[in-house]
Design a protein around this ligand. Structure first.
Ligand code: NAD
Ligand code: DAU
Length: 339
């Protein structure tokens, strides 16, 4: 089996690469990534030691490069993680989200049709459903919830999903889509909430909480997401969407306080800053379908997962110190200095 994993130098993609190499030693894992600011080859250091792993620096929106690669590799399965993934960046510069998240998806699917790929899997997000109110905890996102987006990021992901459905219906491309809630765990880029707060706390820097800190996200340990995608590409029904989440809703402020407590840092580091534009209030996934059809259940609860994650950042200072010493500094100044 030959599997192209796009975005494999990023957070979830790299975790998926390791998951697949460990679980299926006979599979070839072909990682495709153009190494944007969010892609790190150092994350894949161990994978490079495995002869079943290869890396190709290719932009998924570069039609010629993608077609040449498919001609060479002839993949059985494509799993598309590659994306511009940060909502805040999408608010500053939406057009790159159109190029990668929409055009890149279309190019990958065109190549998948031409080279007879047996399964194209699109890694989507719960953000395509918009948000839920805080005062109706009984409401959850199901696969039938209408798509209704808030940010340029979520709009680009939803647009891609529509193209994926269209390629199934119009050209018969065998597709599946997963829509997962917020992931956390090792290799998470330091601009996202959990790693940013861990790293700032370790450096005794202010912890910038947007708005009133009451926005709710539904957190899932990254390995559980990887297992869900593994199940879907092997046993999921063609043409279907699967929501992925573990009923673990938490307000941002509670997560930040938990990080302070675990690292023995004072809550006085918490600084409320201007809210994100169009900030989604609450996400919450109903995972009934993937549980009943594919038997998936998360294995790591938040208490264990967050401790493992904090420990990973303590044990892997070199990884994140190198990242935050470069361009990240400019990004941080631009995003947070006048907030
Ligand atoms: P990430 O930003 O950490 O990684 C994205 C990777 O894609 C990087 O390695 C980057 O270099 C690569 N990439 C970007 N543009 C590319 C291009 N044009 N060509 C080739 N490679 C390119 O993102 P992540 O958090 O790992 O998210 C991975 C996928 O999962 C995304 O599609 C995202 O929408 C989705 N998702 C993320 C979460 C989450 O909580 N992080 C939850 C649900 C879904
Ligand atoms: O729900 C899935 C989505 O989760 C994925 O599709 C996205 O790719 C991923 O980035 C993530 O999006 P969020 O916007 O929810 O994640 P982020 O870590 O950026 O923010 C989480 C919450 O924390 C959100 O309510 C905004 C808030 N926040 C974030 C940062 C970076 C802060 O309060 N302060 C911060 O400095």
């Amino acid at each position: 089996m030959k599997i192209i994993v796009t975005g494999g130098a990023g957070f979830i993609g790299s975790n998926f690469v390791y998951h697949m190499l460990n679980k299926y030693p006979e599979y070839e894992i072909i990682c495709v990534d153009n190494l944007t600011y969010a892609g790190n080859l150092s994350t894949l250091q161990e994978a490079f030691k495995n002869e079943k792993f290869s890396f190709h620096k290719v932009d998924i929106a570069d039609r010629n490069a993608v077609f040449s690669l498919f001609e060479e590799v002839r993949p059985d399965i494509v799993v598309n993680f590659a994306a511009e993934s940060h909502v805040d960046r999408s608010i500053e510069n939406p057009s790159i989200f159109v190029d990668t998240n929409i055009s890149g998806t279309v190019v990958l699917m065109d190549a998948s049709i031409k080279y007879g790929v047996k399964r194209y899997h699109q890694v989507s997000t719960d953000e395509v459903y918009g948000d839920l109110p805080l005062d109706k905890p009984e409401l959850l996102f199901t696969e039938e919830t209408p798509v209704k987006t808030s940010s340029p990021y979520s709009s680009s992901k939803a647009s891609a999903d529509l193209f994926v459905h269209a390629y199934n219906r119009t050209y018969g491309l065998p597709i599946t889509i997963s829509r997962c809630s917020n992931n956390y765990g090792p290799n998470h880029f330091p601009e996202k909430l959990i790693p940013l707060m861990i790293i700032n706390a370790l450096n005794d820097k202010p912890l910038p909480v947007y708005g009133d800190g009451q926005n709710v996200r539904d957190w899932l340990y990254v390995e559980d997401h990887c297992e869900a995608i593994d199940l879907i590409i092997h046993d999921g029904k063609i043409g279907e969407v699967y929501n992925v989440g573990g009923h673990n809703e938490m307000a941002n402020i509670d997560i930040v306080k938990l990080i302070c407590k675990t690292l023995d840092k004072p809550e006085s580091l918490i600084t409320y800053v201007n809210d994100r534009k169009g900030h989604d209030r609450r996400y919450a996934i109903d995972p009934t379908k993937i549980h009943s059809e594919l038997g998936w259940l998360p294995k790591t609860n938040f208490e264990n997962g967050i401790q493992k994650t904090i420990q990973w950042y303590l044990d892997n200072r070199d990884w994140w110190e190198e990242i935050i010493s470069g361009d990240y500094q400019n990004y941080y100044k631009e995003m947070y200095s006048n907030r």
